[in-house]
Design a protein around this ligand. Structure first.
Ligand SMILES: Nc1ncnc2c1ncn2[C@@H]1O[C@H](COP(=O)(O)OP(=O)(O)OP(=O)(O)O)[C@@H](O)[C@H]1O
Length: 813
């Protein structure tokens, strides 16, 4: 016999296994009470395999596992063969009745399979030998942990196989007995089994299955019918399996127009869609999906995904595609209608974000030519600012008339971007909106408004940063605007009479077929989206209770439960990185049918974002911040020298974003860092720069929504300018690399990848605030770091910060 095989037998035991279970004809080597130790090859005990008596088991247990180098040959191959199950006089009958007869061939086959599984071929010196896996692990330094994991997996598989087997057998018995009963009228099925009449059982099983399933075609037809029925039955919003297979953007064209596809390619190159984009595209363009598990129409959708995950594109693509598709039909009228009103409204909480979103829309539609107006870009075309301080051109002073006359929404506008209150003002809906509780404790939205203009064609309303827009400060304006759009749409659809009482038929809405998806795995670690009884605001009704003055009527809008549950006559899309408990409550009460598309990493920090906690030294806090900033730049300089051998200049410094809690604190920090030769730029809600209607002052910090590579070009240009100035002035010019701000800039803004560090100086107000501040870096797979100041000994660190530190760890993706 071949030497290598002999070595193998010596090294191992005589237990014969196949895929984690003992081979047929062999009794389980496991003891009746003891469980197999981890890492051993013993299969879990199973009633399927009869156990041997203890004495016979001890015979079979290997004394030692030997190294192939030991050269000792304990009792050789014969001994191993003798370990194969022996038929004891007491067990043999039972074995014979349950298993096929053992033959030399079958024994040989078992041995081969056993060796294949237990042993592996390896090279020792110049010869190839079979060695026991455990020995091999030791030879190659494989860790016990790795072995344990593998062994656990095998054990699990083995158990699964056993369970599956027993289920199968039970099912077989059922069918078997039923069939036998029918065929021969015999009730005593046990008798036939005792006689070993298994062939009849098998036949019966096959017969029954064939009769049950019918032909393949019949089966498919039935399956199709069942699926269709499920589609009809699926109540909204039901969870269905999400189609998360990543396809390139090109796979969505059509329906994505070639123009949009080209713009996306210019922006992202060949990058595939992010997970939330895949969810969204599969949902809004279901015709593209191969599997179509459950589809149902819905006009309300929530997109939830971590910061920097590409939610903007996730909602813009379906909206812009839909606008492009319906453009033809819209233009068919008298040719003028299109110019009267926008077809999509995009709401965002800050002017900075509105401007950035508008720039993104413009970039995406520069080929398809959809017109975009941003109400936060107030300077009318053709007018130049007289002086830098020309107050008349600030945001607040731009009137709807200005827009109408020179810039505005009465000219072609497919998409309008703005904050909710600016929209109300520009559409002449309201100067003031407030939410109050009336005497009965019901929520009342109070608004003064003029004639509702220009909202009758709105097909899409997108609410970005939905948890802020539906939060305490913005809710009255957002809800009021949604109310007015709804009214205008119903009027346009000829349903102005008692609109609150009857639900709006879905067919009248240009809603695409949608897939109902809810990612189960979404972490809701620190927010509770299920409203509690105390959370739920009182129900809503619309009722005119106050007499309206002739020109500017005042309407008190009560929220009405019937109205709250009817679908809006337009598509409503909310986008957020945090589903806060108050947003959850709002959705449960006002939009119970909303479909939620949630990325599995919702409420997690981006995977590429690192977190650092820094203690205060106990002295001047500004000095600590300055020290941190210099240490960041010093590290960068060292890394650059090592990697490229080049000298690190002030132009090479990465950008740093610092968050404070108040405007005054931000201003003070800016001043003090300036004294330490750190050039900073401070932007808070009180800064006059904000009112100039452009994001120019944030240039270098914000990402430019333009062709891929343009960001790099812009930064290179900026560096060049600095260098030229430097030469001209013969003065060292230090570009501003530190932006100090408050939570104002923590929402939605897409900062450039050069913003690599975010410093959180003051304790964020809550976890949501922390997630958004931290999320300004580490975006779209770029590296980033968030540094949270305030860590100290247990005494100096507030309990809140301690909690935040612990939770930040759990937020790792
Ligand atoms: N598929 C993609 N591949 C690579 N980069 C992408 C992709 N989609 C979007 N991006 C980029 O990711 C960045 C972040 O996108 P976006 O601003 O939409 O994130 P977000 O999820 O809205 O973040 P936030 O929650 O902070 O608002 C943008 O610069 C965008 O160009």
């Amino acid at each position: 016999m071949n030497r290598t095989v002999r070595l193998a037998r010596e090294a191992g035991g005589g237990q014969t296994r196949y895929k984690g279970r003992p081979l047929r004809g062999q009794n389980s080597p496991e003891g009746s009470t003891s469980r197999a130790p981890r890492g051993s090859r013993t299969p879990p005990s199973s009633s399927r395999f009869p156990r041997k008596s203890d004495s016979s088991r001890s015979d079979r247990r290997p004394e030692s596992r030997l190294s192939p180098h030991s050269g000792s040959t304990p009792s050789g191959s014969d001994r191993n063969l003798s370990r194969l199950p022996r038929r004891t006089s007491e067990g043999s009958d039972r074995n014979l009745s349950r298993f096929p007869r053992r033959t030399p061939e079958s024994d040989d086959k078992f041995r081969r399979v056993y060796e294949k599984n237990m042993y592996s071929r390896t090279k020792v010196g110049h010869s190839r030998v079979y060695v026991n896996r455990e020995v091999k692990d030791k030879m190659y330094g494989r860790t016990t942990k790795a072995r344990e994991v593998e062994s656990d997996t095998q054990e699990r598989r083995s158990r699964k196989w056993e369970e599956g087997g027993s289920r199968e057998r039970a099912r077989g018995r059922e069918i078997d007995s039923g069939n036998l009963e029918r065929r021969s009228g015999r009730r005593d099925v046990g008798a036939s089994r005792e006689r070993g009449d298994h062939s009849r059982g098998r036949e019966a099983t096959m017969d029954t299955q064939e009769r049950r399933l019918g032909s393949k075609e019949e089966y498919r037809e039935r399956r199709e019918r069942r699926r269709n029925r499920e589609d009809e039955d699926a109540a909204l919003p039901t969870a269905g399996p999400a189609d998360t297979k990543v396809r390139p953007f090109t796979a969505y064209s059509p329906p994505l127009s070639p123009g949009l596809l080209q713009s996306v390619t210019e922006l992202l190159g060949t990058n595939p869609p992010s997970p939330i984009q895949t969810l969204s595209l599969n949902y809004f363009f279901p015709q593209n999906r191969k599997s179509n598990p459950r589809t149902k129409k819905s006009s309300e959708t929530l997109l939830g995904a971590e910061t920097g995950s590409g939610k903007t594109l996730a909602y813009l693509l379906p909206v812009l595609q839909s606008l492009k598709e319906t453009e033809q039909t819209e233009d068919k009228g008298d040719g003028k209608q299109r110019f009267n009103s926008p077809r999509a409204l995009i709401l965002a909480p800050t002017h900075e974000l509105c401007r950035q979103l508008a720039a993104s829309v413009k970039q995406l539609t520069h080929i398809d030519k959809l017109r975009t107006v941003c109400f936060s870009n107030p300077i009318p075309k053709g007018r130049k600012r007289a002086t830098a301080n020309d107050e008349s051109l600030y945001d607040e002073d731009v009137t709807p008339e200005d827009y109408e006359a020179q810039h505005g929404f009465l000219r072609p506008a497919d998409v309008v971007v703005g904050t909710p209150s600016k929209m109300l003002e520009m559409f002449r809906l309201s100067d003031s909106v407030e939410e109050k509780l009336d005497e009965q404790g019901e929520v009342v939205i109070k608004a003064d408004y003029g004639e509702s203009k220009g909202l009758d064609r709105v097909q899409w309303v997108v609410v970005d940063e939905a948890d802020v827009s539906f939060g305490k400060n913005f809710r009255p304006a957002t809800r009021a605007l949604l109310h007015f759009v709804r009214e205008a749409r119903l009027k346009a659809l000829g349903r102005s009479k008692a609109p609150d009482k009857e639900p709006v038929p879905q067919d009248e809405i240009t809603t695409p077929e949608v897939q109902v998806i809810e990612a189960e795995s979404a972490e809701k670690e620190y927010t509770n989206v299920t409203p509690t009884v105390t959370d739920v605001p009182p129900p809503v009704s619309t009722e005119d209770t106050s007499a309206a003055p002739a020109e500017k009527p005042t309407t008190t809008t009560k929220v009405d439960p019937t109205k709250a549950f009817t679908a809006p006559p337009f598509n409503l899309v909310l986008s957020t990185a945090t589903v806060s408990s108050s947003l959850g409550t709002q959705l449960a009460v006002y939009h119970p049918r909303m479909i939620q598309l949630l990325s599995p990493n919702l409420h997690k920090l981006p995977a590429t974002l690192r977190t650092e906690h820094v203690s205060w030294s106990g002295g001047n806090r500004t000095a600590d911040v300055a020290a941190k900033i210099f240490s960041i730049w010093t590290q960068e300089a060292r890394a650059m020298r090592l990697e490229t051998g080049k000298r690190y200049t002030s132009m090479d410094r990465s950008k740093i974003l610092i968050f404070c809690n108040t405007a005054s604190h931000a201003e003070k920090l800016g001043r003090e860092l300036g004294e330490k030769s750190i050039s900073t730029f401070v932007l808070t809600s009180e800064s006059t720069l904000r009112r100039h209607g452009s994001n120019k002052h944030l240039e270098g910090f914000l990402k430019v929504a333009d062709k891929a590579g343009d960001q790099g070009k812009i930064e290179a240009q900026a560096k060049q300018t600095w260098k030229e100035q430097d030469l001209e002035d013969k003065q060292p010019v230090v570009p501003t690399a530190v932006l100090i701000t408050t939570s104002l800039l923590s929402r939605g803004l897409d900062f450039a990848p050069s913003v690599k560090n975010v410093l959180i100086m003051d304790e964020p107000q809550n976890m949501v605030d922390f997630v958004h501040r931290a999320g300004r870096t580490g975006r779209a797979g770029a590296e980033g770091k968030v540094i949270l100041f305030g860590k100290g000994g247990k005494r100096s660190e507030s309990s809140y910060l301690q909690e935040l530190r612990t939770r930040a760890k759990t937020l790792r993706a």
